[in-house]
Design a protein around this ligand. Structure first.
Ligand SMILES: [Zn+2]
Length: 427
């Protein structure tokens, strides 16, 4: 019962009391929030106690950032609940193997991140944090009121206590396991008739194909893409088939980072976290977010550098929110490509340049993979082999290295992320 009251409290707070109208008042509010948050958690985490020893006099923007590697290496000292990495891993891995997502460690829910960057992240969430998260996400993503009846279909690689907490007598929540048989999942979805459909973009794409072929007939009021990058061409296709905006939730192990407003524009959740922007180039607005999450006290996320490249949209959103608008989530920093010019100078190439070039020549490709294997070589994997001389010429203008072409062979495991650009070496 207490859990439900907290959910409701955060729902109301987020929906009705976080209506910042200008950037200045938002930043002022965030500053005081950071101060209070740090005063509350630092003493409880041996890692941060040490980290902050020499930072007291500096403003937050000058603190060194931490990242997943540092967090995982210091896991036992990092969290404020005295939980050991060894025990957390055992619980999380066993849950994933058994496809049974209810086990906890004491009162804490344990989750695993997919580890696309090579390091698997383990995250701990207390019942209070879970309730806060739940209230916040419901306030931001439910198309109607929390008191209305609605059915939510959720396709994910692994269920989690966090997601199960959304359930109530009015909100019917159905988890679809991406590792289960696709055909039976589609049949069940058709029977369930969700009001809200939440799935990774590759699954949404399959659902849209089934809908177009009349294999299924669903009419969700809201569609939300999660857990992977939603590329522009796929987004357009989905919007066409379902005749509505496709919403996005950008949720990482480290926090609920961004979600779309009613206009379909992706905003950073700057009422739940503060985001410093580490710009990657001068004028494109590409940056790496460095976040401080005000709601995470079990595993405090302070000045934490994510591994993602975001692109800022300078235009203000018509919804009036002063929260930063994200034009797109471009992918992982690990997938920025490199080449050397004749003088041996290194240049970087953002994944988006490669994707846009490929789509210019094969606009309906949908799935492809460009993998840079070393600084001089890359492999372009295409869904079908075609005459692609012109495309290769154009790609070599973007990244002047050797490119070989092969047929794309993706695993049929829908729970895997579907990268389009990947780098397989350390620069
Ligand atoms: Zn907006």
């Amino acid at each position: 019962m207490l859990q439900k009251i907290i959910i409701l409290f955060y729902y109301v707070k987020t929906k009705y009391f976080h209506n910042f109208t200008d950037r200045a008042s938002l930043e002022k509010w965030q500053k005081s929030k950071i101060k209070k948050f740090i005063a509350k958690v630092v003493g409880k985490s041996p890692f941060y106690k040490n980290y902050f020893k020499n930072l007291q006099t500096l403003p937050p923007e000058e603190w060194p950032s931490i990242d997943k590697k540092i967090m995982m290496e210091n896991f036992d000292d990092f969290n404020t609940a005295g939980i050991k990495l060894k025990n957390s891993l055992e619980v999380a891995i066993k849950a994933e193997e058994d496809r049974d997502f209810t086990p906890k460690l004491g009162k804490y829910s344990v989750g695993l991140s997919s580890g696309t960057s090579g390091i698997r992240g383990v995250f701990l969430v207390s019942p209070l944090e879970q309730a806060k998260w739940c209230g916040t996400i419901l306030a931001k993503m439910l198309p109607g009121s929390i008191f209305g009846k609605q059915k939510i279909a959720f396709f994910l690689r692994a269920n989690n206590n966090l997601y199960e907490s959304v359930k109530s007598s009015r909100i019917k929540f159905r988890f679809f396991d991406l590792k289960q048989d696709l055909k039976s999942n589609l049949n069940e979805l058709d029977k369930f008739q969700p009001d809200i459909l939440i799935a990774p973009p590759n699954m949404l794409n399959i659902i849209s194909d089934a809908q177009e072929k009349h294999d299924i007939q669903i009419s969700p009021a809201k569609i939300v893409s999660v857990a992977d990058v939603l590329y522009e061409d796929i987004k357009n296709k989905l919007e066409n088939i379902f005749q509505q905006k496709i919403h996005q939730v950008y949720q990482a192990t480290e926090g609920f980072i961004a979600c779309t407003c009613k206009h379909g524009n992706l905003h950073l959740n700057e009422d739940a976290l503060s985001v410093r922007k580490k710009y990657l180039d001068e004028d494109s607005g590409r940056f790496i977010p460095i976040i401080t999450d005000f709601n995470r006290t079990t595993q405090p996320i302070i000045n934490y550098e994510l591994n993602d490249i975001l692109v800022e949209e300078p235009m203000k959103c018509p919804c009036g929110s002063p929260f930063t608008v994200i034009k797109k989530i471009e992918g992982r920093c690990d997938d920025i490509l490199y080449y050397e010019d004749k003088e041996g100078k290194r240049h970087i190439v953002f994944p988006d340049f490669i994707i846009r070039t490929i789509l210019k020549y094969i606009p309906k490709a949908e799935d492809f993979l460009f993998t840079q294997t070393d600084v001089d070589n890359a492999v372009l994997s295409l869904p079908y082999m075609d005459e692609c001389g012109e495309l290769l010429k154009a790609l070599k203008e973007v990244i002047p290295i050797n490119i070989t072409v092969e047929t794309l062979q993706r695993s049929s495991d829908l729970s895997l992320k579907q990268k389009r650009v990947s780098r397989k070496f350390n620069p």
